[in-house]
Write a protein that binds this ligand. Structure first.
Ligand code: PRP
Ligand code: URA
Length: 214
């Protein structure tokens, strides 16, 4: 698939983002630094992924005069991490949009089949009226993201973005085919999956590296 021609698939190109992802990948990067990098990368990705949020002009008063100025419009954003690793990206998004609501979707991959196993779902109210940003550092087979987004749509979610740090081409294709309306933001598009459905070159198991459960 030629992603350059797909308006809903965006690989973010920024030297700071690329640099930080390279440090994350290193096997000697420890939990503390890894966690900080996930947060910083989430801020850089949030800046890009939220660049089309609607605004409306409202009246404000500066020390010099009354003026109409743009402010964010509509219901608050919903940030929805896929547990566990997605949790690491939430603080980055909240540092830019502190009033966002946060939902959670719990899902882990069966080690043999690599199929996602859902175990938790709690979304903010009025989900149908919100811009929803699903966050997960890794898009591998795409199974977890596809299922999480299907759960959100089932509860009424419509305007959905998916933000990951590293993606495999297999996962991007699967997610885009299953949910072509979802805007996908990617920090780095890697080469392929190995026979255990890990991303190559990747960074290993993101959840284990964030939470120190290696
Ligand atoms: C990882 C990752 C994604 C999923 C991606 O979670 O955080 O959720 O794998 O793989 P997929 O695209 O093939 O579905 P994992 O299942 O390891 O759970 P964890 O975050 O709880 O460790
Ligand atoms: N989940 C991860 O954490 N890493 C991978 O490479 C694939 C899935």
């Amino acid at each position: 698939m030629a992603y350059e021609n797909e308006p809903n698939i965006k690989v973010i190109n920024h030297p700071l983002l690329k640099h930080k992802i390279s440090i994350m990948r290193k096997k000697e990067t420890g939990t503390n630094e890894f966690r900080k990098l996930v947060e910083e990368i989430a801020i850089l990705e949030a800046y890009e992924a939220l660049s089309d949020l609607p605004t409306e002009d409202v009246e404000i008063e500066t020390p010099l005069e009354v003026s109409m100025q743009p402010m964010l419009k509509g219901k608050k954003l919903a940030i929805i991490p896929i547990l566990r690793a997605g949790l690491g990206m939430v603080s980055g998004f909240l540092s830019l949009v502190p009033s966002a609501k946060v939902g959670h979707i719990g899902m882990y991959r069966n080690e043999e089949t690599h199929e996602p196993v859902p175990y938790y779902c709690k979304l903010p109210g009025s989900i149908d009226e919100r811009t929803i940003v699903v966050v997960d550092p890794m898009l591998a087979t795409g199974g977890s993201a596809c299922d999480a987004i299907a759960q959100i749509k089932k509860q009424g979610g419509k305007n959905i973005k998916f933000v990951c740090i590293i993606a495999a081409p297999e996962g991007v294709s699967k997610l885009h085919e299953a949910h072509p309306d979802v805007q996908i933001y990617i920090g780095s598009l890697d080469r392929e999956l190995n026979d255990k459905a890990y991303i190559l070159p990747g960074l290993g198991d993101a959840g284990d590296r964030i939470f120190g459960t290696l």
